[in-house]
Ligand binder design. Structure first.
Ligand code: PLP
Length: 395
């Protein structure tokens, strides 16, 4: 049978995640991986899962195993509404929808809004998983400039003046891949710009709870609620395998997004939502989150200190106040991809930053480093190996 013939046109733009390919070597335990993008298993609250499960069985009985509403399991919607209120986001329980990870709503937004050729404005670099969600619907990407403080508002303004944009996609806080955060001043400017141009912003916020220093910054949603779909997740503060994401959106869009989700999975796992509801309602998150931060904060510091001490001349890494990643920039002309083999030979892996750009010639001199998966001593050794590999390739 000619299986190729079965494929729809939209598969032209679906491709294997380049990072997955490059990471295949990383399963070798001899190699220190700074290439991952996942939370540490040590951050999962394994010690309370049994208790949570018992509570769920007692409280919800068979309801936790039944089909449920597409919008979400009401006790979890209530808890997420409270969690969002603490972030300054006003959304009543029935205005909070639960999805299968934040990835689930990125896909639903794409399916709902993108017709072939529609333009989406993105930070350069951006989160690859968002591109995987958007690509099948064949959009055109307009990339906007960033600096160490995140998206440059003037670049957004220029983009909106020059193009008709379907939506803007941003990760404003501790961005994947750069770890950068938009300053308050820029958030206010961006909120003003999107309202002036009457354009939708998809604000993806999986990392803001992982703050290691400094004061919280308001979500852009709080500054322009009618123009923002705010997305977040319990993946980084509970367990990613449970696939609990959520969003707040203007009513019109929310109702459509529910229709889209109905056709995909009817609803997110009732049992997992009940477990998450119990995690929040029982105040387990508020005691567990400081433990997660206590694991990651010293790891981030160890990586930054080692980079500052060991990176050769011409290389730099801007500090970040939270999240899971640091972003290293090499001198002009440096190609991070050609460092990769030498780094693996030395026993360390990273992700060349070029994979996070939509234009093939951008970001060649950059690298994404993850610090959640290794302890401080391992991170330091990893950076020593990386610095040695850089010195070798630079001669
Ligand atoms: C920016 C960003 N958005 C969304 C996700 C997906 O998270 P979830 O597990 O909630 O689907 C990730 C995961 O790494 C991410 O970095």
């Amino acid at each position: 049978m000619d299986y190729q013939n079965l494929l729809a046109d939209r598969t032209n733009l679906m491709q294997a995640n380049a990072i997955r390919e490059i990471l295949k070597v990383v399963s070798n335990p001899e190699i220190i991986s700074l290439a991952g993008g996942i939370p540490s298993p040590e951050s999962f609250p394994m010690d309370i899962i049994q208790e949570l499960t018992n509570n769920v069985l007692k409280k919800y009985k068979s309801t936790a195993f039944q089909y449920d509403l597409t919008e979400g399991f009401l006790p979890l919607q209530k808890q997420i509404s409270i969690l969002l209120e603490a972030r300054g986001i006003k959304a009543l329980p029935d205005a909070v929808n639960i999805t299968s990870g934040s990835q689930g709503v990125l896909d639903a937004i794409a399916k709902l809004t993108i017709s072939k050729g529609d333009k989406i404005a993105l930070e350069a670099p951006t989160y690859l998983g968002a591109l995987s969600a958007f690509n099948p619907y064949e959009p055109r990407y307009i990339s906007m400039d960033m600096d160490d403080e995140g998206l440059i508002p003037e670049s957004l303004e220029l983009t909106l003046n020059a193009h008709e944009i379907k939506f803007i996609y941003l990760v404003p806080t501790f961005q994947n891949p750069t770890g950068r955060s938009l300053s308050l001043e820029r958030r206010i400017q961006i909120a003003d710009i999107i309202q002036k141009h009457n354009v939708l912003l998809v604000e993806d916020d999986p990392y803001s709870a992982l703050r290691y220093k400094g004061d919280p910054l308001p979500a852009i949603q709080t500054l322009a609620p009618d123009h923002v779909i705010y997305i977040s997740t319990l993946s980084k503060v509970f367990a990613p395998g449970l696939r609990i994401g959520f969003y707040a959106a203007p009513k019109f869009l929310r109702e459509w997004l529910v229709l889209v989700k109905q056709g995909v999975d009817l609803h997110t796992s009732t049992f997992n939502q009940a477990l998450a509801a119990e995690y929040l309602e029982g105040n387990y998150l508020s005691t567990h989150l400081p433990r997660i931060i206590n694991i990651y904060r010293p790891r981030q510091k160890a990586m930054l200190d080692a980079l500052n001490r060991l990176l050769p001349q011409g290389f730099s890494c801007a500090p970040s106040d939270g999240g899971m990643f640091l972003w290293v920039k090499g001198p002009r002309g440096f190609k991070a991809l050609s460092l990769y083999d030498k780094a693996i030979e030395n026993g360390v892996a990273f992700v060349p930053g070029q994979f996070f750009y939509t234009h093939p010639k951008e970001g060649l001199e950059t690298m994404r480093l993850n610090y959640t998966m290794a302890d401080e001593a391992t991170i330091e050794t990893g950076i020593e190996k990386l610095a040695a590999a850089i010195r070798t390739v630079q001669g």
